[in-house]
Design a protein around this ligand. Structure first.
Ligand SMILES: Nc1ncnc2c1ncn2[C@@H]1O[C@H](COP(=O)(O)OP(=O)(O)OP(=O)(O)O)[C@@H](O)[C@H]1O
Ligand SMILES: [Mg+2]
Length: 338
């Protein structure tokens, strides 16, 4: 007998001792190898500079960091794509990058990650980069570079989207509000007309642009920005149902950090998966792992509730990792590991 990983109980608090679910059966590797997910959205580079601080600057009352090491990681939609590829799926990534060094670095890192990249270059664009300066494990400063891609690059991306649609099963929109998804409403309409599921990781307070999506995966703050603060689980449910109906979105998966995640669909019942983490080291990027896992499992034709249970399991694994932000097939399904 299979124990359900999702329940109809309201979200329990972290550490409430919820029993570890027995888990759902492993999906054969070959099945994931046939899953084709197209990720569209804002890519970025996460750069870390590590160094020592031994003095205060004579120019201003600030520390002087002597940088000794640099580390680069794929961020945003590129991190989502990397997560889908790590599970063994065919991950395609459609995005815009600049002709600058961070853009080159993203291309280079993507080559090693097994993602099929479909890049539009915009020579005027500053590729989005978040630079952190760290000393002794402490972040001293974060410096962001970004601007909005040019109209022509976005239109070229839209044409490329049309061409890529037929060869993918699930379309994933990873919105970080950097302008890469300017044409998201049109893309969703085209994908749905072609019979594809569309998953959206939203940003900002205008969700009209996501009209007609299959499933949307906000975190608590993102949902609050759109429906306001809910007073109870019942109130939350009512607000989500009204939102889904008005935007014609089939399902909403609310990710709730230490409270796990809750799935709302037209079926009426809200299904909650308690947080599945054994240890929590680094929660950043967990949302990327959630939507990537969901997309891969839906592309492999799993039922939505099973896909959600596996996404929750993947999130529980990834928050226990420092540094790397992906979960691979063995980690997700290895019988002895979980
Ligand atoms: N502190 C935590 N303890 C246990 N599980 C966590 C914790 N934070 C996140 N998770 C797991 O990761 C999932 C996604 O996290 P969260 O709701 O914070 O998404 P998010 O804000 O979009 O993340 P990010 O934008 O940083 O990638 C949660 O549903 C849960 O399964
Ligand atoms: Mg997120």
């Amino acid at each position: 007998m299979r124990a359900p990983e999702l329940s109809k109980e309201p979200a329990p608090q972290a550490g409430s001792g919820a029993a570890r679910p027995a888990g759902i059966a492993a999906v054969p590797r070959e099945r994931l190898g046939q899953a084709r997910v197209l990720i569209v959205g804002d890519v970025m580079l996460d750069r870390y500079w590590f160094g020592d601080v031994n003095r205060i600057s004579p120019e201003a009352p600030v520390p002087v960091v002597h940088v000794q090491r640099q580390e680069d990681r794929l961020g945003g939609a590129a991190n989502v794509a990397r997560n889908a590829a790590a599970l063994g799926a065919n991950a395609g990534l459609l995005c815009v990058v600049g002709g600058d060094e961070p853009g080159e670095r993203i291309v280079e890192l993507l080559k090693d990650s097994g993602v099929a990249t479909h890049l539009e270059r915009d020579p005027e664009l500053s590729t989005t980069i978040k630079l952190r300066v760290l000393s002794r494990q402490q972040q001293l400063l974060r410096v962001d570079f970004e601007n909005t891609p040019a109209h022509e690059a976005l239109l070229a991306g839209l044409a490329r989207f049309d061409a890529l649609l037929a060869s993918h099963d699930v379309i994933l929109m990873s919105d970080y509000a950097k302008g890469g998804l300017t044409h998201v409403t049109q893309m969703i309409a085209k994908a749905r007309a072609a019979g594809k599921s569309v998953l959206v990781d939203p940003k900002g307070d205008d969700w009209e642009r996501y009209r007609g999506a299959t499933l949307i995966t906000p975190n608590r703050a993102e949902l609050r920005e759109v429906v306001g603060q809910w007073k109870s689980e019942a109130d939350l449910h009512a607000r989500v149902d009204a939102l889904r109906a008005s935007l014609e979105i089939d399902a909403l998966l609310l990710t709730r950090s230490e409270e796990g995640m809750t799935l709302f669909t037209a079926d009426g019942e809200a299904l909650t998966a308690p947080a599945d983490a054994r240890e929590v080291y680094d929660v950043s990027g967990a949302g990327d792992t959630v939507i990537a896992t969901l997309a891969v499992m839906l592309a492999a034709k799993l039922p939505l509730v099973d896909a959600v249970a596996l996404a929750n399991r993947a999130a529980g694994i990834v928050v226990g990792k420092l540094g790397t932000a992906t979960v691979d097939y063995d980690e997700l399904f290895a019988p002895n590991a979980r």
